[in-house]
Design a protein around this ligand. Structure first.
Ligand code: IPE
Ligand code: IPE
Ligand code: MG
Length: 234
């Protein structure tokens, strides 16, 4: 495949609708969605895509009923634990992003264990965006830089786009090339607001638990044909 993106982000939406369509409870949709995460991660590794950043839990998702949030926490822990051998086999580096310190300690411990185990791998980086939102990320970055200015460690003159990039949760990642959203909504829902600036957008009506490698290939094929101008002329 030619002209592959280096960095793909996915808003994995539609788990609830998938379950509802089948007369199942929402958590069944999340369970089936988690299986697709594994499939697509492995495919990115096969293709040699450098960075896959998946929106798994937004800062706004805490607003959901307590039972759903509790289910998602349990699923997250089990998923990361069960997926670790697959990550090792596929040389995947696990790098969750977001305000991770707000998760229950048990979830944080599981995340840290897998980060530690996979840190010397050299293949695809899998980032799960967890308790993540673009605005909270930008706010945290402002705060961090403001402290450095007030300590005299940083001059306001030295603040440029590279410095901001290097202080976001996504520091060091390649530029976002392709943003995919499943389940048809035409919005970003607070995802990677800074990083999305010149990313190509691709939306499908397919619900996340129904997403397949074939559909992923359709997105990659569409991406490969886009003419990216970055504001210039071709
Ligand atoms: C996406 O599926 C998963 C999370 C946000 C955790 P949803 O749960 O939002 O599914 P819909 O949008 O209700 O179908
Ligand atoms: C975005 O989906 C967040 C994740 C996929 C984790 P939502 O279902 O939360 O977004 P809205 O509410 O449709 O904007
Ligand atoms: Mg949704």
């Amino acid at each position: 495949m030619e002209n592959l993106p280096r960095h793909v982000a996915i808003i994995m939406d539609g788990n609830g609708r998938w379950a509802k369509k089948r007369g199942l409870i929402r958590s069944m949709g999340h369970d089936n969605g988690a299986k697709v995460v594994s499939t697509i991660t492995t495919e990115c590794s096969n293709l040699g895509i450098e960075q896959l950043t998946l929106y798994a839990f937004s800062t706004e998702n805490w607003k959901r009923p307590k039972a759903e949030v509790a289910f998602l926490m349990k699923l997250l822990k089990n998923f990361v634990k069960n997926e670790t051998p697959n990550m090792m086999q596929n040389n995947i580096i696990f790098r969750p992003i977001g305000r991770l310190y707000e998760f229950p300690q048990g979830v944080q411990d599981t995340l840290n264990e897998t980060v530690e185990m996979t840190k010397n791998n050299t293949g695809t980086t899998l980032s799960l965006a967890l308790n993540y939102s673009g605005r909270s990320e930008i706010t945290d970055t402002f705060k961090k830089l403001a402290y450095q200015v007030s300590n005299g460690q940083l001059s306001p003159e030295a603040i440029d786009e590279d410095l901001i990039n290097n202080n976001l949760f996504t520091a060091g990642m390649p530029e976002l090339d392709l943003m995919i959203r499943t389940a048809g909504e035409l919005r970003l829902s607070n995802y990677l607001l800074w990083q999305v600036s010149y990313a190509e957008l691709w939306v499908t009506d397919v619900l996340w638990p129904d997403f397949t490698v074939d559909i992923f290939y359709k997105a990659l094929e569409a991406y490969s044909k886009r003419e990216r101008r970055f504001g210039g002329l071709v």
